[in-house]
Design a protein around this ligand. Structure first.
Ligand SMILES: Nc1ncnc2c1ncn2[C@@H]1O[C@H](COP(=O)(O)OP(=O)(O)OP(=O)(O)O)[C@@H](O)[C@H]1O
Ligand SMILES: [Mg+2]
Length: 395
């Protein structure tokens, strides 16, 4: 069993507070990703789990046992780094075998001359090589075992680093941005490989990245961190569909969520650019809120922009971004005190929008996210009736 439980982990480097009491329970066999902006403390946290860094307070338990006094190699965890940290003078085979040699051979059996004399050593080495071959076969490295790291591609090097982590069958894999040195295409490919490896091994994976796409595509759950704290913990779709704060909403999703300023009017009803919406919140009139609208929630409105529970505003096309299968349309909000917005569109729809033409964009109010002035998520009031009013027709 390899649950990982963190309780109140705090860490400072000198006077810089890096982690402010992190609690996190990771299930056995889970793929959990720590995601967040640079410097938020992800590497520090994963290094504390590995035992490479000592926390100031709080505790780490793996498989239900406290490991705070265990050294890294005693924790049954394996770490994979961004820089593959392979030994350049050693073959792939020797690189993968190294952790097993350290674990299974006595010191004198590793010495150059004495080792030749030992039958015991030969037997241990045969066992090690069997295990290395098995791991190499799993990672499709069999034909590369005699090469040196310099003779491998980036993706192959990363697989060797994975192999070196796998060979000791750890209960927990700790990975700190393992794909960030790879080019875009290989990164996409390795995402699938890692997800499949996780399924095959059934081990617990704790994965660090600042790439929200990696977090969204591979993980069972994502912990979004900022300034040494976990802002939200949930499945990828929970973070995407119900971001608990403006920071989470802005970090998760590409293109980034559109943000529009709105105010609370009478009876809590929101007003967007001076027009009342159907959405209402339990806040006093006059308060400023931010509406978050995903790029796929926006549509072009032709003719009358009416409809209960539908909001709209006018915009001017600035740029079309062609992604092949779809376009991202960038609009300016002419004369508005707001940044532009982006909208996903099919090539056919994109073809119908002319540069600099003024258009009307609309969205389902129920699909928008509301955040108060502190950036906390607000749930709309009477959402039931609003939902009912936007359901078009019951067949
Ligand atoms: N050994 C150290 N000594 C002093 N400060 C450190 C040390 N290690 C990390 N820090 C600081 O702690 C903070 C968190 O660093 P950490 O490496 O955990 O961030 P991160 O989330 O992994 O960022 P990135 O995405 O850039 O890798 C940063 O401000 C960093 O400068
Ligand atoms: Mg880091």
């Amino acid at each position: 069993m390899a649950t990982v439980a963190l309780s109140s982990i705090a860490k400072a480097f000198g006077t810089t507070k890096v982690l402010g009491g992190v609690d996190l329970d990771i299930a056995d066999g889970e793929f959990l990703t720590l995601v967040g902006p640079s410097g938020c403390g992800k590497s520090t946290l994963i290094r504390i789990i590995a035992g490479l860094e000592q926390q100031d307070s709080g505790s780490v338990a793996i498989g239900g046992n406290g490991v705070d006094y265990l050294r890294p190699h005693e924790r049954r965890v394996a770490m994979v780094f961004q820089s593959y940290a392979l030994y350049p003078h050693m073959s792939v085979r020797a690189n993968i075998a190294l952790p097993l040699m350290m674990a299974r051979l006595k010191l004198w059996q590793r010495l150059p001359l004495l080792r030749l004399l030992s039958g015991q050593r030969r037997k241990a080495m045969a066992g090690i090589m069997t295990d290395v071959d098995a791991v190499a076969a799993q990672l499709q490295l069999g034909h590369l075992l005699d090469r040196k790291p310099a003779q491998l591609s980036g993706g192959q090097r990363q697989r060797v680093a994975l192999g070196r982590a796998m060979v000791r069958s750890p209960d927990v894999f700790l990975m700190d941005e393992p794909l960030s040195n790879l080019d875009a295409k290989l990164r996409v490919h390795m995402r699938t490989e890692l997800a499949e490896l996780h399924k095959r091994l059934g081990a617990t994976f704790i994965y660090v990245t600042h790439d929200q796409v990696e977090a969204m595509t591979m993980s069972d759950r994502v912990a979004m961190m900022d300034s040494g704290a976990i802002l939200q913990l949930g499945t990828p779709s929970q973070l995407y569909e119900k971001p608990a704060s403006l920071k989470v909403a802005q970090f998760i999703g590409s293109p980034a969520i559109n943000l529009l300023p709105a105010t609370v009017g009478t009876a809590g009803r929101l007003e967007l650019f001076g027009r009342p919406m159907a959405l209402a919140v339990a806040r006093a009139a006059g308060q400023a809120v931010t509406l978050g609208i995903r790029a796929e929630a926006l549509t072009l409105v032709h003719g009358e922009p009416a409809g209960a529970g539908r909001a709209w505003f006018s915009a001017r096309l600035r740029r079309k971004e062609n992604l092949g299968s779809e376009y991202i349309l960038h609009f300016d909000l002419a004369g508005r005190d707001a940044a532009g917005v982006t909208m996903r569109a099919s090539p056919a729809i994109a073809a119908g929008v002319n540069e600099a033409a003024e258009v009307t964009l609309g969205f389902d109010e129920a699909a928008s996210h509301i955040f108060d002035a502190d950036g906390d998520r607000l749930e709309p009031r009477g959402q039931g009736s609003l939902r009912a009013s936007v359901v078009p027709l019951r067949a």
